[in-house]
Design a binder for this molecule. Sequence first.
Ligand SMILES: [Zn+2]
Length: 316
Amino acid sequence: MYRLDSRLHYSDPIFDTHTHGIDTDALDLLVEIEKTYGIEKSILICHSLGIKDYAEETYPSRFIYAKYFSGAFRFTHGVEPLLKEISTLKEEGYHLAKMQSAPMMRGRVKAGLDDLRMDEDEMARFFGAMKDEDIPFILHLSDPDTYYATKYTDKKQFSSKERDLQELEGVLKRHEDMKLQIAHFAAQPEIHRLDNLARWFDTYSNFNIDTSSARWISRELSKDPMIARTFIMKYADRLHFGTDCVAFTDDQSYYDGRHLALRLLFETEVRNEPLPFTDTDTVNTGGTFINGLNLPKSILDKIYWKNAMHFFSKFV
Ligand SMILES: [Zn+2]
């Protein structure tokens, strides 16, 4: 039914390490489109036990399951319930934990700027519970530079991006003895931030990053494909392909566009190719364009498959 864009040439299996499950019909559609794009395994971040049970029954051995933790919940209920959720994670059939702790989570419940930072003592109890059970953790902390310039401008509600990145680095430093997948290029796909991300890679060996979201990563890495390509070639062992597709809608173009954007970015030499969907961050300033990185097959093999298979070898 779907035909792969003829500019895409990679034909080996791909592992998507960042997808979300919400609605069962939408999950069926996501899987159908994943198959078109060669995706044979995925991490499914489950927003309910129901979607995990459905996925397990319908698509045996396709998914690794991550239990979803809202980053806002700790501000309203404290850390204790999180420890309980970790203690039942394995028996419920999950393999990993994922927390969405973007700045807006703090804003949503009017939490103070210093409340329950991820790298502090109280939150260390949550990390300790995962360590005790040997549960890897996917963490989203911080957001695009564009959000800090437009959405996070109220300084009473939101920190600077620099401060949020310090918090994230604090997590890497404090929890060096656990497996971490830091979402969204560790919030640093912006070209001017790659040097800092390189320093993290050189300093901390406990974390890999994923390439979600398609919109953010395509937009920023395309701004200087030479620098982006050199960076990816150097740290190719630390990257996991991920789309951040959320199975919530019956709009096929939503899933299609995200897969197409990332694969055009990594595999091709396209220049000034319009992002195949709207980027709300640039819709009023000329749009977002993809400049392909033309990565060699040996590097694509790592990012698309081998690194994730190795990192999550216990579960595949
Ligand atoms: Zn996500």
